[in-house]
Design a protein around this ligand. Structure first.
Ligand code: PNS
Length: 159
């Protein structure tokens, strides 16, 4: 049994995130997607809203569950009996920081981090760009799942 953890901010979840989660669902016995609770950031969606969106977007994969955490990722991973942390890489620009974090996590607990390359078509996709495009009236329907697009559009129109 191999349990994988896919952590992130997911504010909001994008098609790129779901591509990585789908890959993991096919590779590992169980996949826990975990939303970080970060009180210092001012997110568009609350942790609970992000967990709810991810739960709905991943419902077709039976071995995927969704949770949230605060504090050190490695402590959460140990608590959840995780074998590997999985991070998506869009481009080499992601690599430096992700590699640094993976080395720190390995130093802290010995846990392995695996990197999954996203589909090339999602190489430019990020949660912050999705929010920026939506805020300026651009189309986001090809960038995020329909229920996420509806939630963003509702949030943007109320601002
Ligand atoms: O989607 P993001 O914002 O790139 O996710 C980053 C995340 C949540 C994976 C990262 O910030 C994280 O692991 N935070 C937990 C704090 C921690 O453990 N820090 C030390 C490890 S380097």
């Amino acid at each position: 049994m191999i349990a994988a953890l896919v952590p992130g901010s997911f504010d909001p979840p994008t098609n790129g995130h779901l591509d990585v989660i789908e890959r993991c669902a096919g590779l590992f016995d169980t996949v826990l997607v975990a939303v970080i609770r970060n009180p210092k950031k001012a997110p568009m969606f609350t942790t609970e809203e992000r967990v709810e969106m991810l739960t709905a977007c991943t419902s077709e994969w039976e071995n995927v569950s969704v949770g949230s955490f605060s504090g050190l990722l490695v402590d959460y991973a140990e608590h959840e009996k995780i074998d590997v942390i999985v991070k998506g890489l869009r481009a080499m620009t992601d690599f430096d920081y992700e590699f640094q974090m993976s080395q720190m996590n390995r130093h802290l607990s010995g846990i392995v981090t695996l990197f999954v390359a996203t589909k090339a078509e999602y190489g430019y996709l990020s949660s912050s760009l999705v929010k920026q495009v939506a805020g300026l009236g651009g189309a986001i329907d090809k960038l995020v799942p329909p229920l996420v697009a509806a939630a963003i559009e509702e949030r943007v129109s109320n601002d």
